[in-house]
Design a protein around this ligand. Structure first.
Ligand code: 5GP
Ligand code: ZN
Length: 140
């Protein structure tokens, strides 16, 4: 399924060029055009789904498996010192392309964007945390 207004669907069709590092029947993995670090890549499902809410459990599980495989590959080939997996859902969460994707961001000691994911913690009272916790608890 393709969305004709979607940049990543266009990449999938070859209508927009990309640097591909991996491809199988379900995914294409490309280098990010505006990389946060050397080797920053994006796992893209071939099927158009906007976000975590739309992707099937089965496809998400396959994406996670692929992330594991590529993380090991990046560590070996790039000699990176760490790696972030990042997956944004919704504009407020920083999503700019509304076709599900997983960022693989290799991290290097001393790299330019070392504060990439630095956030300061928000204060909640113990009562608020208890309330949030009970609201979120879900049966296995
Ligand atoms: P998001 O902010 O939605 O999680 O991430 C979207 C990512 O897609 C950004 O890091 C951005 O640099 C990348 N991107 C946007 N357009 C293109 C493109 O045409 N080609 C490639 N390779 N990456 C793109
Ligand atoms: Zn798409």
């Amino acid at each position: 399924m393709r969305d004709e207004n979607c940049i990543f669907c266009k990449i999938m069709e070859g209508a927009i060029p990309s640097r591909t590092i991996y491809e199988d029947e379900d995914f294409k993995v490309i280098l990010d055009a505006s990389p946060a670090s050397r080797g920053h890549a994006l796992i893209l499902p071939k099927e158009h789904c906007a976000n975590i809410y739309e992707i099937s459990e089965e496809l998400l599980a396959k994406a996670a498996k692929l992330a594991k495989k590529l993380s090991a590959h990046m560590k070996e080939v790039l000699q990176c010192d760490g790696l972030n997996l990042l997956q944004n859902n919704g504009e407020v969460a920083g999503q700019t392309v509304f076709h599900f994707h997983m960022h693989l961001i290799p991290r290097y000691v001393g790299m330019k964007n070392n504060d990439l994911l630095n956030w300061t913690h928000e204060e909640f009272t113990a009562e608020e945390q208890d309330e949030i916790c009970s609201k979120l608890q879900i049966k296995a």
